[in-house]
Design a protein around this ligand. Structure first.
Ligand SMILES: Cc1cc2nc3c(=O)[nH]c(=O)nc-3n(C[C@H](O)[C@H](O)[C@H](O)COP(=O)(O)OP(=O)(O)OC[C@H]3O[C@@H](n4cnc5c(N)ncnc54)[C@H](O)[C@@H]3O)c2cc1C
Length: 410
């Protein structure tokens, strides 16, 4: 079984690389461990698929991959986030832009992204063998000759390794590629779950599972000393905190957890200073003077959060009439709403990570071709590369760009 190109792993980057290589007339085979291709792609963006980010300025866009931006300029000059818009438009799946440049297929369905890519593979006569985990590489003198799957030996001139990282291993990405790359002489930076929810100790957060603070400010502390601040949407879950603001804080929080005890405060009224918030509370009190505090507290806090937040104010008597609430208690209330307490116990694991960094450092890859500098006919794509990035479409875009360049050069 002889091919021009064998792609190992049929996820986002592998499918894309195979599409591009086959469009050049190459005879291409995809070997995929799962029953089906693209399982992670299908769950991306909660099934809506945040396929890329629309930032039009390439330098600003690439800054999101710091410190690796300098390695990516050439690749993105050939296939950038803006090319992704064109590419999918030509496949009759135009993209639409939401907040913060997040781009989605107009149908908001990840399965549609999968379907158009699969159609291209079929159109270009790419051979696809599923249920076929590659278990071995045969190589000598810095060249791969063949790979083995289920006792079959497959030969090719070039190999594209696209087996993904370690996040959500149930989708097939169990880190096999890291083991082979290490065997082939590459350094592998330890994978850590980098865009991942946070586990917390606080029962008030867990009791709000499913509730979001749409516009909040969170300040992180290590051993009581202020470390960094993020603003945006925060989602409470049954294990802790999630949502874009939290996911994009996780890497820094992971580092802080090595330094000491990590706590945080959440300000659910970031646009109001203490005085203005107190005035707002006074005006709600004035309209409800003779009502019980417990019955009007929900008018002060975001919907659905009154019970959880009042549980943090145990020193205030919520059974009292509003006109009897003391100034001191009112100030305690204001302070609490601007500093809801959180104790971070850790990062959630790979099973809940959107992206795990780690993998091959770009210093060991020729980033004009995505060819390994250790093995002359091996190309590496997608999550196997050690590139930090925020959420917002920046991971899938790496798959499209690295897949494009590898597919073009393999
Ligand atoms: C829940 C979730 C949501 C996400 N949402 C977004 C989003 O909205 N936007 C965004 O930009 N990014 C998102 N990401 C990240 C994005 O999905 C990944 O970066 C991307 O799918 C990685 O593609 P890949 O080709 O590198 O690897 P994968 O998609 O992981 O594919 C690897 C493939 O290789 C196969 N394989 C593994 N080992 C072997 C073997 N030994 N032999 C043969 N095949 C093998 C696997 O079965 C798998 O099919 C999300 C990730 C997760 C987990």
């Amino acid at each position: 079984m002889n091919y021009d190109v064998i792609v190992i792993g049929g996820g986002a980057s592998g499918m894309f690389a195979a599409t591009i290589a086959s469009a050049r007339g190459k005879r291409v085979l995809i070997l995929e461990k799962n029953k089906k291709l693209g399982e992670k792609l299908k769950i991306s963006g909660g099934g809506r698929c945040n396929i890329t980010n629309a930032e039009p300025d390439l330098r600003k866009y690439l800054a999101r991959y710091e410190p690796n931006d300098k390695f990516l300029f050439s690749a993105f000059s050939e296939f950038s986030n803006l090319d992704t818009f064109e590419y999918f438009k030509e496949l009759n799946l135009p993209l639409e832009i939401e907040a913060n440049g997040r781009a989605f297929p107009y149908t908001r369905k990840a399965i549609d992204v999968f379907n158009v890519l699969e159609k291209e593979l079929i159109k270009n006569d790419v051979e696809i063998v599923t249920n076929s985990p590659v278990t071995k590489f045969n190589h000598s003198k810095g060249v791969i000759n063949s790979v083995i799957s289920h006792g079959e030996e497959y030969f090719a001139n070039s190999f594209i390794l696209a087996t993904g990282g370690l996040s959500h291993p149930e989708t097939g990405s169990t880190g096999d590629g890291f083991v082979w790359l290490a065997e082939l002489g590459h350094t592998i930076s330890d994978p850590t779950p980098s865009i991942v929810p946070l586990a917390v100790a606080d029962s008030w957060i867990k009791s709000l599972s499913g509730t979001s603070f749409e516009n909040a400010k969170i300040i992180f502390f290590v051993d009581g000393a202020k470390s960094f601040v993020k603003k945006g949407k925060i989602l409470c879950t049954h294990f802790g905190l999630s949502g874009p603001t939290i996911l994009n804080s996780a890497k820094q929080v992971g580092e802080l957890l090595h330094e000491g005890e990590v706590t945080a405060t959440i300000d659910i009224f970031p646009e109001l200073d203490h005085g203005t918030l107190e005035k707002k509370i006074i005006s709600i009190f004035d309209e409800n003077k003779n009502k019980m505090l417990k019955n009007i507290f929900s008018e002060i806090v975001p919907p659905g959060t009154a019970s959880a937040i009042s549980s943090l104010l145990s020193e205030i008597d919520f059974e009292t009439k509003v006109h009897s609430v003391s100034k001191e208690d009112r100030k305690k209330m204001v302070k609490m709403l601007k500093e809801l307490p959180v104790t971070i116990t850790g990062l959630m694991g790979f099973d809940r990570a959107v992206v795990a960094d780690g993998g091959v450092p770009l210093e060991e890859i020729d980033t004009k071709t995505f060819r390994s500098k250790k093995v002359s006919n091996l190309f590496v794509t997608g999550d196997l590369l050690h590139i930090n990035r925020p959420s917002g479409g920046f991971s899938l875009q790496l798959c499209w760009t690295t897949g494009f360049i590898a597919g073009k050069n393999a």
